[in-house]
Design a protein around this ligand. Structure first.
Ligand SMILES: [Zn+2]
Length: 373
């Protein structure tokens, strides 16, 4: 900050009490300081300053914590610029959106939060700090990009056997109700011999037909889907994208600065290839157990399916154990999980059969493992 900026500028102050215009001077200290003849009338925290609908050429601002009816009018362009630089959340609800300003603000905030988080505890902590701050609309846009990447990796058409789609929609709805997921999810089955399922930011879950083939009961599949809902609820995929250095890219995707190309490859890679942390896995398992409990269904089959797959898993790219690692603690918790049912299965025998056949009888076997080299 230069000395010149510290000197502040002139403004007209309406204090909200007596409704009188007061000629004041402004100083940019720890807060926006409003002074009259050297006496401090008010100090507005920068983060609380908002813009009011402006009469032509004049900047009019208020502060969230200030008395109702208190505002400042600034007509000097230099001071207006200083205010805009100090008060980053200036954008009022009633002003026209300024995409350029919002974009710069977003990059600036991302950089500040990243740096703060990094100082605090390194990259994982940084991801924990940033992930909850990402607006849902951004999360959805990132999810759309990831969706495109997934379709390149799994080029088979999504599975549309009508009875199977119905059964999957039923499972999806019951899981969403029981889990009270924070945003609507959709589950789509795609053909692949890989036994896996994964979620994207924004609420999309892909269920690979290889998993349906390996499953011996509907509770096993439902357990895996509930676990994926846990990752959606906790925004674990955003965490992974941030942890792999994609914060600026997240902002870019949100504002349409980056489409296609490298940004999407980073998103795709971090959804398809990066492993969740042990803590995130444990949380997703706990979320699944709670959801299954609310449905009156056992959570042990989730562990049984994973263990069965472990026996045959080659740990290669796209394997379920690679992106959802089985730690000793996790294994113990899954083995000790509840195996009692207090409610009937979600699907009838017929519906479960239809779900298993959602990709057609030989759908999975025909599908390539991946084209991702
Ligand atoms: Zn997982």
């Amino acid at each position: 900050m230069t000395a010149q900026e510290n000197q502040g500028g002139r403004a007209t102050y309406f204090d909200g009490n007596v409704g009188r215009r007061r000629a004041v001077s402004l100083a940019f200290g720890p807060a926006l300081e409003i002074m009259e003849d050297g006496a401090l009338l008010a100090a507005w925290p920068y983060a609380e300053v908002r813009r009011l609908p402006p009469p032509g050429g004049i900047m009019r601002i208020r502060a969230l914590g200030a008395p109702k009816g208190a505002w400042l009018e600034i007509d000097d362009p230099q001071t207006q610029g200083d205010i805009a630089r100090h008060c980053l959340l200036l954008l009022g609800e009633k002003t026209a959106p300024n995409p350029e300003g919002r974009r710069r603000l977003a990059y600036g905030l991302a950089a500040c939060v990243m740096f703060g988080g990094f100082l605090w505890g390194g990259v994982p902590r940084m991801a924990d700090v940033i992930a909850p701050l990402i607006p849902v609309e951004w999360e959805k846009k990132v999810g759309e990009s990831a969706d495109e990447e997934v379709r390149k990796t799994f080029p088979g058409k999504s599975c549309k056997a009508p009875k199977g789609v119905e059964a999957l929609a039923k499972v999806s709805q019951r899981l969403q109700e029981a889990s009270r997921l924070r945003l609507p999810a959709t589950i789509e089955a795609i053909p692949s011999i890989v036994p896996n399922a994964f979620a994207l930011p924004g609420g999309k879950v892909f269920l690979l037909s290889g998993l349906l083939e390996k499953a011996q009961s509907q509770d096993e599949v439902i357990g895996v889907l509930a676990h994926e809902f846990g990752h959606i609820e906790n925004r674990d995929h955003l965490r992974r994208i941030i942890a792999t250095g994609g914060t600026a890219m997240l902002v870019g995707l949100a504002f349409g600065d980056m489409t296609g190309g490298s940004a999407m490859v980073v998103v795709g890679n971090s959804v398809l290839n990066a492993a969740h942390s042990r803590e995130n896995e444990a949380q997703a398992d706990a979320f699944a157990a709670k959801t299954l409990g609310a449905l009156g269904r056992p959570s042990k089959p989730l562990g049984e399916l994973l263990l069965r797959i472990t026996g045959e898993d080659d740990g290669g790219p796209l394997s379920i154990l690679r992106d959802h690692p089985l730690s000793a603690d996790r294994l113990k918790a899954l083995e000790a999980a509840d195996n009692s049912a207090t409610a009937p299965p979600l699907l009838s025998e017929e519906e479960w059969k239809a779900l298993k056949g959602i990709c057609g009888e030989r759908g999975a076997k025909r599908a390539p493992r991946t084209n991702a080299g």
